[in-house]
Design a protein around this ligand. Sequence first.
Ligand code: HEM
Length: 226
Amino acid sequence: MQAAALYRTSIGKKAIMAVSGVIWIGYVVMHMYGNLKAFLGEAAFNHYAEGLREMGAPIFGHLHLLTVARILFVVSIVLHVWAALSLTQQARQARPQNYATRRVVQANYASVTMRYGGVVILLFLLLHLMQLTWGVSAVHGEFIPGEPYHNLVTNFQSLPVTLVYLVAVVALGLHLFHGTWSMFQTLGFNNERMDRLIRGLAWALAILVPVGFASVPIAVQLGILS
Ligand code: HEM
């Protein structure tokens, strides 16, 4: 088969989902870890946020590598959503009538979680960028450009905003769990020994990433970060 035609097959689309998913897994793990710098204080957090813009120096100039990374993330997310929609459509076409038995309840549960969870994560991401990157005043009234720590803390002084973030990071945890699991199934790692390892990795991601992310808004709500 020609390489160009591979993307049309379900294996090709699952591979696209896996590669774009791994790029985002790498990003969320680093982002969660970076956010923990908030516990080191305002200066450390602002220095880290500024450092992101200088990433790759002295080879890359101000914002250069960050711009490359942003393009990669946008392309990855578009491909991930496209492949997901396309695989769902393909599966529907392959079996137009719904299953009648209860044996598929588990598979349905996972695919429903992935689909609705994915939509929740996308909507969250849009809100998140509006609040903490673009500083849209309708959703973050106290945003000051170039003051990431101040923007972070004032954002989570609102309880409703904190609750939205907590729901989103739980959705992200579920998505990471099932996504990691299915990715390894697609790659063919499904013998008994590998199963345990993959399940462990999926659990670790599904717990560490949401707990790490949630710690910052919770700390602001508890007055630990101010
Ligand atoms: C409680 C959870 C989170 C907190 C406290 C948080 C915090 C932040 C902050 C402070 C920024 C702005 C950094 C800056 O401009 O200097 C940011 C940017 C961003 N965050 Fe988050 N974040 C959280 C969760 C997430 C999640 C779950 C995702 C992805 C699914 C995500 C994706 C992004 C992206 C894509 C950017 C823009 C990066 C850029 O291109 O500059 N964040 N986040």
